[in-house]
Design a protein around this ligand. Structure first.
Ligand SMILES: *Cc1c(COP(=O)(O)O)cnc(C)c1O
Length: 370
């Protein structure tokens, strides 16, 4: 029986499974009687923002009585310069998540199809469904987006295609060559969204330069964020880059003050802080290699990662291992909701956190400690 409120609701949202946010770390410590718990569940950057970013935030505090700059003038100008586009080609969002919502609302008409890889970011199908669109789910192949199968799924009704690169939760990439083949098959009426939240961790000669498609005038929207490599997940700021006409449409439905003034100030300072990003990328790279070696020693299979997280196949119930790791004070993400019954996604942490994760795995798997 639907509740009275459900019978009043927009019918498109009724089929959507509610997002299950994790518990705050303090609550978990209380529940399990543990302390010094660590969270490696949300792909956050283990390093806090740099002093220069914190200073920018402190400076901006004095003007909190004012509304933020609704156009994000300086931040868009700096981003435009960095990427070699015009400020009119950039839209700011309350995290790149908000931009996924804005672009779906701007472009997806009820009944339009959106091609969504699976398993991938759960936000894509959720927002498509909420907008009355049709989700066309295309399974990954060998933990990677299957661009061949995604191209075959294109129909005259396809309005949007989502490409998370690197993909969450598998941390694999699609290459420049694969993307080039795919783009050659995408018709003019279809918009391709490249979600590059983890791009800083993935750089290499095989990684596609998707901004080139924007500059060629293709129907492409590139999404980036300050949440991952820039250590600013808590402030919520991301951006989209596309043709100025596409951005203008997204701006029509954007809340004027969607990005707060502390977030704008911090993001602007973070853009000037290459050394911080480099340090994070190096920390993550070293952490990945440390964890690969330890996982091998523990007999755990993993998917080599191009991001700040690793998909691990424990070979037995991930839900069970997740619960046992919790008792060891380590929070990871079981992939059970994706139908991957034995897989866990672990975020790469600081060296100390990574060692704690390994100790917890050892205890849970009943392996003698090294
Ligand atoms: C973490 C993540 C984001 C970032 O979202 P924000 O709203 O910018 O914090 C975007 N896409 C994917 C696939 C992610 O995993």
């Amino acid at each position: 029986m639907p509740t009275q409120w459900e019978s009043l609701a927009n019918e498109h949202i009724l089929g959507i499974a509610p997002y299950e946010p994790g518990k705050p770390i303090e609550e978990l410590e209380r529940e399990f009687g543990i302390h010094d718990a660590i969270k490696l569940a949300s792909n956050e950057n283990p390093l806090p923002p740099s002093d220069r970013v914190r200073q920018a935030i402190v400076t901006a505090l004095a003007a909190l009585n004012r509304y933020p700059d609704g156009s994000g003038f300086y931040l868009r100008q700096a981003l435009a310069k960095k990427h070699g586009v015009s400020p009119e080609q950039i839209v700011l969002g309350n995290g790149s998540n908000e931009l996924i919502e804005l672009l779906v609302r701007a472009f997806l008409r009820p009944g339009d199809e959106a091609i969504v890889p699976h398993p991938s970011f759960v936000v894509y199908p959720m927002i498509v469904q909420a907008a009355g669109g049709v989700r066309v789910m295309v399974m990954l192949k060998d933990y990677r987006l299957d661009l061949e199968a995604m191209a075959r799924a294109l129909t005259p009704l396809t309005k949007l295609v989502f490409i998370a690169n690197p993909n969450n939760p598998t941390a694999t990439i699609v290459t420049a060559e694969e993307v080039e083949h795919f783009m050659a098959r995408v018709p003019e009426r279809t918009i391709v969204v490249f979600d590059e939240a983890y791009i800083e961790f993935a750089m290499g000669p095989d990684f596609p330069e998707t901004l080139a498609y924007v500059k060629q005038g293709r129907k492409v929207i590139v999404l980036r964020t300050f949440s991952k490599a820039a250590s600013l997940a808590g402030l919520r700021v991301g951006y989209g880059i596309a043709d100025a006409d596409a951005i203008a449409l997204m701006n029509r439905i954007r809340q004027p003050f969607n990005v707060n003034s502390l977030a704008q100030a911090a993001a602007l300072a973070a853009l000037d802080d290459e050394p911080h990003v480099l340090e994070c990328v190096r920390t993550i790279e070293a952490g990945r290699h440390f964890l690969y070696e330890e996982f091998k020693a523990l007999g755990l299979q993993y998917v080599p990662s191009r991001a700040n997280f690793i998909l691990v196949d424990a070979g037995r119930s991930a839900a069970d291992i997740y619960q046992r790791l919790l008792k060891e004070g380590v929070i990871v993400r079981p992939m059970t909701p994706f139908g991957m019954e034995t897989a866990l996604r672990v975020t790469v942490g600081t060296p100390e956190e990574n060692r704690k994760l390994v100790r917890a795995f050892r205890a849970v798997l009943g392996k003698p400690s090294a």
